[in-house]
Write a protein that binds this ligand. Structure first.
Ligand code: AMP
Length: 195
């Protein structure tokens, strides 16, 4: 796929980094479609669809839904007209190298930038304990964080090697962090204008 003019963005960051909140604001600011794989899975669970039934126990344990399922869901979503017209912000995908490779196959050049919203482990743990969501049991939190280090952190080097990574400090007020994220995206525009 390619987008007609909209940006193709990926936001990476540990659970509890504020990624979801910032992703919504960024999608609105830049007019791109927010694609949250966590939201898509939670909707499937709420509907009780076959995918939802399968995903539920995996999500409750803090594990990852298998790559083949995730890649298919995202590939289908990226093909839809709204994404092709307006561009996208992927939130929660890719989470593994296999997913990143599948993404490049379907979206290739459409990815302009991956942003790592950086918040250290002790700070995200504190935030997750404080928000008290039903799937935020201490075991599930620990499991998700260790999976992040193992499976998702290698993607930072992967995007960096491709000249597509920006790191943004996620500590501070929501507005300050949003400002930093916008600056990272706009420096991309500036670089493109110079080229
Ligand atoms: P999130 O809202 O992004 O934190 O996702 C909530 C849960 O959905 C995760 O803990 C995973 O179990 C599952 N999930 C979301 N996105 C993915 C993905 N790209 N690959 C595998 N599992 C995912």
């Amino acid at each position: 796929m390619s987008t007609d003019g909209g940006l193709g963005l990926v936001i990476l960051g540990r659970q509890g980094s504020g990624k979801g909140t910032q992703a919504l604001r960024l999608a609105e600011r830049y007019g791109v479609v927010h694609i949250s794989t966590g939201d898509m899975l939670r909707a499937a669970v709420a509907e009780g669809s076959p995918l939802g039934l399968r995903a539920r126990t995996i999500m409750d344990a803090g594990d990852l839904v298998p790559d083949d399922i995730m890649c298919e869901i995202v590939a289908d979503r990226l093909e839809r007209d709204d994404v092709v017209t307006h561009g996208f912000l992927l939130d929660g995908f890719p989470r593994t190298l296999a997913q990143a490779e599948a993404l490049v196959e379907v979206a290739g050049d459409a990815i302009d930038l991956a942003i790592n919203l950086d918040v250290p482990v002790d700070e995200v743990t504190r935030r997750m304990v404080a928000r008290g969501r039903a799937d935020d049991t201490p075991d599930a939190i620990a499991r998700r964080l260790s999976l992040y280090e193992e499976q998702t952190e290698p993607l930072l080097a992967w995007f960096d090697d491709r000249g597509r990574l920006a790191v943004v400090d996620g500590i501070g007020s929501e507005t300050d962090v949003f400002g930093r994220l916008c600056a990272a995206i706009e420096s991309l525009h500036a670089a493109a204008d110079e080229a």
